[in-house]
Design a binder for this molecule. Structure first.
Ligand code: MYA
Ligand code: JJ1
Length: 388
């Protein structure tokens, strides 16, 4: 059934019931001298390139490939439209390897037709902290689909990760592969219901009019929690402490240090927004919330070309109830003119989504580890990892 994935060190469907298999690495590392030194073979018309994501031109080429060929919903109405600034942020975290930003070009025309990336991350599974690669942005041009290019891309990124002496990876996909560690549900909170309905993102509920719908989703003009403000660079140590403590509760979660928090959570215009609650008396930082900006192209609509979506990222509540904190995040997103606020049912999100008028979407996100077995599958609430 899965001619490629059956050959890979991942949990196999046939082993799902087998409680004798141990948790942990599926195969042992090999000596670096035994890692294949040359790239895998591509069909003759194509060549490998390493993408320099510091270069505006390369970044623009990658942007264009993804904007035209990356992930769509099941009815092909929307396609992710990651911005250039977002791609630079996502692909250049502390300690990143340029060699993990892999493109495939047509030899003659030099046109970029496929892409896959990894970035390094420390991820904890129960009480083991493991150096991993986070794999993302796997994309094959629409005209080159179903030619088994994806397995070659995956093997090549695996080889380049191995060359850095890293043997595990984490990734997500909208499709089911062998074998998810957990499956999360997408939830959506309308901020601009009229536009969402006009573009077919959502539908008018039964016995609802447009004006009742607009009223239902109305939010206050300003945030309600005293001391709620934008995160700043000086807040990095306090936010790292909050996050470290919070993420320790989950079975799978990243291990963030100050450098990671500086990169991943200090606000960047049109890329990532972070807020915190500073106690007005003690100036203690007690709560934190964040979301990233990922618009989608609206395919074939006369009136609108992009859907502005915010995606819930990391949230930590110690004093402000999570419900109120996330409500302030919704208000902040509305102030920034987002049309919709999306969230997965991981971490503690499941406890507040309904109350905040999120509704379940038609999409799911499956989480995977490469060369690491977890048994049995986790509940989404045991997962503390958000990939972009
Ligand atoms: S998830 C986002 C993926 N991208 C998209 O969905 C964009 C739109 N789609 C496309 O560009 C293509 O359809 C892709 C497949 C490129 C997805 N993850 O070449 P093919 C398997 C893994 O003929 P195509 C993300 O970025 C499929 O089951 N495998 O197919 C995370 C089949 O294998 P098997 C996938 O449609 C990526 C084989 O590929 C995926 O032309 C994590 C068919 O190949 C998928 N999303 O191209 C990658 N979709 O026969 C894994 C299909 O066995 C990383 N397939 O069923 C693993 C860790 C590596 C590092 C390890 C380090 C230690
Ligand atoms: O955005 C998604 N679905 C939307 C649009 C559906 C359009 C028709 N298919 C959706 N809308 C309903 C919203 C409604 C608002 C009011 C309350 C009730 C709900 O459901 C879905 C997620 O639900 N997105 C996708 O399908 C995109 C792909 C998701 C997989 C991503 C894989 C990424 C891999 C990255 O590494």
């Amino acid at each position: 059934r899965h001619k490629f994935w059956e050959t890979q060190p991942v949990g196999q469907f046939k082993d799902l019931g087998d409680s004798n298999l141990p948790e942990g690495p599926i195969e042992a590392p090999t000596p670096l001298s035994e890692v294949k030194q040359e790239p895998y073979n591509l069909p003759n018309l194509y060549e490998w390139i390493t993408c320099d994501m510091e270069s505006k031109d390369t970044c623009a080429e990658v942007y264009k490939l993804l904007a035209n060929n990356y992930v769509e919903d099941d009815e092909n109405m929307f396609r992710f439209n990651y911005s250039m600034e977002f791609l630079q942020w996502a692909l250049r975290p502390p300690g990143y390897f340029k060699s993990w930003h892999i493109g495939v070009r047509v030899k003659t025309s030099k046109k970029l037709v496929a892409f896959i990336t990894g970035v390094p991350a420390k991820i904890r599974v129960r009480d083991e902290v493991i150096q991993m690669a986070e794999i993302n942005f796997l994309c094959v041009h629409k005209k080159l689909r179903s030619k088994r290019l994806a397995p070659v891309m995956i093997k090549e990124v695996t080889r380049r990760v191995h060359l850095e002496n890293i043997w595990q990876a984490a990734y997500t996909a909208g499709v089911i592969l062998p074998t998810p560690i957990t499956t999360c549900q997408y939830w959506h909170r309308s901020l601009n219901p009229k536009k969402l309905i006009d573009v077919g993102f959502s539908r008018l509920g039964a016995r609802m009019t447009m004006s009742r719908t607009i009223k239902l989703y109305k939010l206050p003009e300003t945030t309600v929690t005293p001391g709620f403000r934008k995160m700043e660079l000086r807040d990095v140590p306090a936010v790292t402490r909050l996050l470290k403590n919070f993420l320790s509760k989950f079975v799978v979660a990243p291990e963030f240090d100050d450098n990671d928090v500086d990169h991943w959570l200090v606000p960047r215009d049109n890329v990532v927004d972070s807020f915190l609650v500073e106690d007005p008396e003690t100036h203690e930082i007690t709560d934190f919330c964040s979301f990233y900006t990922l618009p989608s192209s609206i395919l074939g609509n006369q009136n609108y070309s992009t859907l502005k979506a915010a995606y819930s990222y990391y949230n930590v509540s110690t004093k402000t109830p999570l419900l109120q904190l996330m409500n302030d995040a919704l208000i902040a997103a509305k102030q920034k003119d987002f049309d919709v606020f999306n969230a997965l049912d991981l971490m503690e999100n499941g406890t507040i989504l309904k109350e905040l008028k999120f509704g379940p979407g038609d999409g799911q996100l499956h989480y995977y580890l490469y060369n690491y077995r977890i048994k049995p599958a986790l509940a989404p609430s045991e997962l503390g990892l958000v990939l972009l």
